[in-house]
Design a protein around this ligand. Structure first.
Ligand code: NAD
Length: 250
């Protein structure tokens, strides 16, 4: 087995990282791992997925929570001995789809969401779904989330929380400035085959995706859809979605 570790930088996290390196069977291979351990919270998981986005088909992620929320994380620090001693079924996997978005033909991916916004001004654009001109928006921005990203920024915007296994995307117009001539449908949940096209009218805007952002100027066309690419996480059978919702949010 070839493994790598993506970790936060604090005392507990460092000690878990050391324990893995000293005890796990296999070779540390940062460039070409089969297994990626994440030790931290959701941000660490997002960073690790970004780092290995080109290897997602080959890599399994083993996620250990030393963060605050840890919605993506399957294991706790006390589970590390079981993982090291191979008491986990390595074929027990839960997969989460990514969103793929293309800005004037340049393709990128996100595990939580992609957000199009303009700081200090309205984000203006035309939104098409599968070729139908659906709405013109003037708002703080537009966010499109994956099912697993539904409990992140999407939830703060009163989007629906989505159970695992459903394959869909969710679009929210953030703080729409609606008039009689410009009304919006939001939140909007679309099946996995739909393609959202955004034609931005704002001259410049930010595209934020998970923990990253790029500022663009004079873009003609953005397309967003659910990707066939998935992230594979080793699953902990003592965890499930309702239990996690209750523990983290209620
Ligand atoms: P971060 O990595 O510190 O994450 C912010 C919080 O979101 C953390 O507490 C994290 O545990 C939680 N989180 C992340 N993904 C989650 C998920 N799928 N389900 C439940 N909780 C989740 O912050 P960052 O570096 O700025 O960005 C990472 C994420 O933060 C973004 O992908 C976005 O979803 C979220 N975010 C939320 C808001 C908001 O709620 N108003 C605003 C900006 C960004």
């Amino acid at each position: 087995m070839k493994y790598s570790i993506v970790a936060k930088d604090d005392g507990l996290t460092r000690s878990i990282k050391r324990k893995i390196i000293e005890n796990i069977e296999g070779d540390y291979d940062e460039a070409n791992p089969d297994i990626v351990f994440t030790v931290g919270g959701d941000g660490t998981v997002l960073d690790a997925v970004r780092k290995y986005i080109h290897l997602l088909e080959e890599v399994k992620f083993i996620t250990i929570n030393t963060g605050n929320v840890g919605f993506y994380t399957e294991f706790l620090p006390e589970d590390v001995n079981d993982i090291i001693n191979k008491r986990c079924n390595m074929d027990n996997i839960i997969s989460y789809p990514l969103i793929e978005f293309s800005v004037d033909g340049k393709l990128n991916y996100a595990l939580n969401e992609v957000v199009f916004s303009v700081t200090h001004h309205l984000f203006e654009g035309k939104i098409k779904v599968d070729g139908t001109d659906l709405m013109d928006v003037r708002s703080d921005g537009v966010i499109i989330s994956t099912p697993s990203g539904s409990t992140a920024y999407n939830k703060s915007l009163k989007g629906a929380v989505v159970d695992r296994g459903l394959e869909l995307i969710q679009l929210i117009v953030i703080a729409p400035f609606e008039t009689a001539k410009g009304r919006v449908i939001s939140p909007l949940i679309l099946n996995k085959n739909r393609e959202v096209i955004i034609k931005p009218l704002s001259n410049y805007f930010d595209v934020s995706f998970d923990r990253n952002f790029i500022t663009y100027q004079s873009v003609e066309n953005i397309s967003v859809r659910l990707s066939n690419k998935k992230v594979n996480f080793l699953k902990n059978n003592t965890q499930n979605f309702p239990k996690r919702l209750k523990e983290k949010f209620i």
